[in-house]
Design a protein around this ligand. Sequence first.
Ligand code: ADP
Ligand code: ZN
Length: 758
Amino acid sequence: MYPIVSLFAKLCRLQSQTLQTLIHTEQLQRLFGYSTFRANQEEIVQAILAGRDVFAVMPTGGGKSLCYQLPASLLKGTCLVVSPLISLMKDQVDAANAFGMKAGLLNSTLSSSEQHEVLARLQEGFYDLLYLSPERLALPGFLERMQRAPLSFVAVDEAHCISEWGHDFRPDYLALSSLRQALPGVALTAFTATATKRVQEDIVRRLALKDPLMTRASFDRPNLFYQVQLREQVNSQIEAVVAAHPDEAGIVYRLSRADVEKTAAWLRDRGVKALPYHAGLDSQTRSRNQEAFNRDEVQVVVATVAFGMGIDKSNVRFVIHGDLPKNMESYYQETGRAGRDGEPALCLLLYGRGDSFRLRKFIDQLAGEEERQAGLAQLGRMMDFAEQPVCRRRAVLHYFEEDYAPDNCGACDICRHGVESVEATTEAQMIMSAIHRTGQRFGTGHIVDIVSGARTARISSLGHDQLKTYGVGRDRGKRFWRQLVEAMLGEGLLASEGEPFPLLQITARGAEVLFGRSPYVTQRMLEAKLGVPAAIPAELSSDGSLFAILRQLRRELAEGQGVPPYVLFSDKSLHQMCRLFPRTPEALLGINGVGQMKLERYGRPFLAAITAYLDENPGISSPPMDKGGGVPEPVRRVKKSTGTETHAETLRLARAGLDMAAIAARRELKTSTIAAHLGELLQQGHDLDIDQYVDREVRAAMTELFKAHGLFRLRPIVEAMEGRVGYDEATVVRGFLVSQGGKTEGKGESDSGGLPTR
Ligand code: ADP
Ligand code: ZN
């Protein structure tokens, strides 16, 4: 063949691929304010843009919504999003709209005239995204109606709800089985955070996915710190964690409703804003409490497992389990609600052996023998997790059949504090001797009282203060002895039998140690290792006073708009603002999570607050991202449409052959404004002679740099050009590059939107 031709073709393909990637990245930046895709996101986005079915498993907080929102913003037509909880839909829609997307919802909370209006707008192709409940799809005639609507694709969120094997099976989801047949030409995509193989196959089969892209992201949540502590005074332990996180949101899980109420009351009595949540509360109270939590009006929700899928709140900073969850799956899902924004968060499990009795009771109530066996096996794994001295992260991932390579994860109690082998033969003998001498008829509390020499009524009435072992361990304190008993139970030296007051028994293995035939070496973390809950590893410290100011501002603005605060900016974004102190719109755009729309809508008050703070605190050093400083410019509104007057005037003068400085002089505007106009005009596809502003050679060099650094930030480009061009040229060239790529992709002019100005 003609090698030169094929080489050329290859180069063109490469070029268009790079450009496509540039476009996706540009859209990622413009819409969401993120500079890079997370694992699997880009692959999924590309598959959807190519019209392919997708089945994606991503952990909670992994960034599923972006996977369908981004293509929905680029493709013609509307993406139908099937979402299980009506209570969540409004927040999802608010969040999408805050990013500048056109999102709507269709559910039973709308009046019938509102529903008609939504359907009419859907027909016109107004929406990027339309959120629906599964019940809606089952309504007679609804799918036929969808056949006539301009759809881009369908996204099924929480897809495991379709499987009876999943933990959240919802019969309504079965209606989704008819989607494929009813909408044969529309790509189906399914997303879930839980999928065992069985559930996975079930989803693919029931939705009749055709040769889908199957992806599974790692279940590792690197920003979560896992810790397990012996449960002693459960409420005080919980309170200590809450106190260590002032003003930060957290969830406390308890097993029973009664304990939920008790813990919530305990916290409230100590001045913590806390509300209960469990299935015994009426649905109004439940949703009111959830709402209050969502909107940062209360700090803590104390809940049973009934508090679940409805939590979209991204800034949960700690999840405490006051009791052992019934299996690893639940533990993972519940802890997964912490730190969805990617900022550090603490997951603390308070564990006592007594938990297994209570959980066994639940398991005993299960119908079939097979289920009971499975339940017990699951519980066993959960207890192993709590008791074994291995990296918690490795243990969690192992459960999901994922290997975790690093030796030290750096963010669990085991890896942070280490475990060491402790020889505790004598101490174990003391405990067992007390058990032996009292006829194996007492529980942990009393045995510990004997060894540690407590003066209780029970001890004196039974005459146990006369025992040889009474008070032999006085110097170590009760806490030590309790932990030792736990360790001995965990390692099978002791067993505890009987309900509801389990009695300690010495096993054969224990007897070996008691009679000095083998030593006792434990790897459990004793005393020193079990101090206060670990501090959350701060990525980098951020300015706390400014954070408080910005959070208050966020709350007020959100309240005014009737949306949850995290919809405006995530905690992560706020923390970054408190580290980098952006004072200009461009600098603000450099913050993770600040896209064009959020800049326009909320940028001004935040910039003003940051500037005021810096003015009042002149000691704070100027951050690298914002050397210019000074009073924030008013946030420039980027025009979404062509032909606004001011742009038209710039266009007219440019076509007349004036250069930027001349246009600026003529119009009495800054050259940077003119550059922004030109960039946008080019981006919108206006025919302008780019050579007039930046000559070919320089432009070629800049194009390479943009490819390397992405289209978003101008600074790296300008710096790398070492004085050969300024921001104005960079702005113009960027607009030109987008216009070049924009022809292959995108929704057309009116939606192509504006690039960030600087
Ligand atoms: P999921 O639905 O999978 O639980 P979300 O879609 O709510 O997760 O995303 C979790 C968080 O991660 C959100 O705060 C979201 O804005 C953020 N996020 C998603 N993708 C990215 C990305 N590429 N870069 C930075 N943050 C991201
Ligand atoms: Zn670890």
